[in-house]
Design a binder for this molecule. Structure first.
Ligand SMILES: NC(=O)c1ccc[n+]([C@@H]2O[C@H](COP(=O)([O-])OP(=O)(O)OC[C@H]3O[C@@H](n4cnc5c(N)ncnc54)[C@H](OP(=O)(O)O)[C@@H]3O)[C@@H](O)[C@H]2O)c1
Length: 312
């Protein structure tokens, strides 16, 4: 299959490019970051392909998004354009050209008031500008492209800025004596940390690297159409995730202090419960490993090693 990736400069985008380059039989016809393809213009993809900016793909994966959750509160119009309008335009372009389309969404489409893993068909109820824009993006995508695959994920870490990097930076500052006292981390949010590398692999599996699969999604009998959840297995809190990061990177002696989300005074509300149930993907044989194993894999990847060397 011939793949085209938008948002290739982000955490997931970089991992998708890496996974595709490593898979024999798969062709990456184009990987476009924000500077080479701004998705927030109607017809951006159609124009790119019409001008010969890339060979024709079979499938397009949109990994681009405006992901700064707090900034989305202040820049709600931008959130709407990048996270809702743009995925819809990409989906329209793909549908018109007969291309398969994969869109990526988030646990933030849910209210966060739950105690069981969210099923794929659980009602959405976003409480932030980011979540509302992403929920609208899902709707627009499925309306414009009835065979689109929408993959929701949560608590991503990979090459780029993320929670793992932030905790390591804090640990390093304490190690250097630049800061002291316990590291305060919220303990009242529960979710599924997910390695962007595993998510990329899962998306390729789900979207069908099976060469017999038709680009429009019908090759396997059970075509992966509609909403799927993909997250590393198990759940934890940011507090326990921080503990694991410190333990795995040789900073086990650093003291952690639990704190409440409300104490942080952030512009955007955080869902207390972000646990995604991944039943539909599991039924197709796509399962991501437990989050702690994924953390170790990330720390041992080129990006994870660079991060630790940077810190050290
Ligand atoms: N990060 C998480 O914890 C998390 C959790 C759940 C779901 N998700 C979803 O997973 C997907 C991937 O997230 P990620 O963590 O890989 O995000 P990321 O690292 O923030 O990457 C997003 C990329 O999109 C680019 N972008 C923004 N606006 C664009 C535009 N108008 N045109 C083209 N590119 C644009 C950004 O470029 P600039 O930086 O130059 O703007 C950035 O490189 C997103 O759909 C996100 O909503 C993320």
């Amino acid at each position: 299959m011939r793949w085209l990736i938008t948002g290739s400069g982000g955490q997931l985008g970089q991992c998708l490019v890496g996974s595709l380059e490593a898979r024999p039989g798969q062709t990456l016809v184009g990987a476009f970051d924000h500077s080479t393809l701004d998705i927030a213009r109607p017809g951006a993809l159609a124009n790119l392909l019409a001008k010969g900016g890339a060979d024709a793909p079979d499938i397009v994966v949109n990994a681009a998004a405006f992901t700064a959750v707090d900034r989305c509160e202040e820049e709600a119009e931008r959130a709407q354009r990048v996270n809702a309008d743009a995925p819809g335009w990409l989906a329209e372009d793909c549908w018109s050209a007969g291309l398969a389309y994969v869109h990526v969404s988030t646990d933030y489409v849910f209210s966060g008031v739950a105690s069981e893993p969210y099923a794929e068909d659980a009602p959405v109820g976003p409480r932030t500008a980011y979540g509302r824009s992403k929920a609208e993006g899902e709707r627009r995508v499925m309306e414009a492209h009835p065979k689109a695959l929408v993959v929701r994920t949560s608590w991503l870490f990979g090459p780029g800025q993320n929670f793992v990097a932030a905790i390591l930076r804090q640990a390093q500052r304490r190690g250097q004596g630049l800061e002291s006292g316990p590291l305060r981390v919220v303990s009242d949010q529960c979710g599924c940390p997910t390695y962007a590398g595993d998510l990329a692999e899962g998306i390729l599996e789900l979207a069908g690297v099976d060469p017999d699969r038709e680009p429009m999604g019908e090759g396997r009998g059970q075509a992966p159409i509609g909403i799927f959840h993909l997250a590393n297995r198990g759940k934890t809190t940011w507090f326990d995730f921080a503990r694991a990061i410190l333990d795995e990177t040789g900073y086990g002696e650093i003291e952690l202090e639990p704190t409440k989300t409300s104490d942080l005074g952030l512009p955007a509300e955080r869902p207390a419960w972000s646990v995604l149930g991944c039943r539909r993907a599991a039924e197709l044989g796509v399962n991501l490993r437990p989050w702690r194993e994924a953390l170790v894999a990330y720390l041992n990847s080129a990006a994870g090693i660079a991060l630790q060397e940077e810190q050290g």
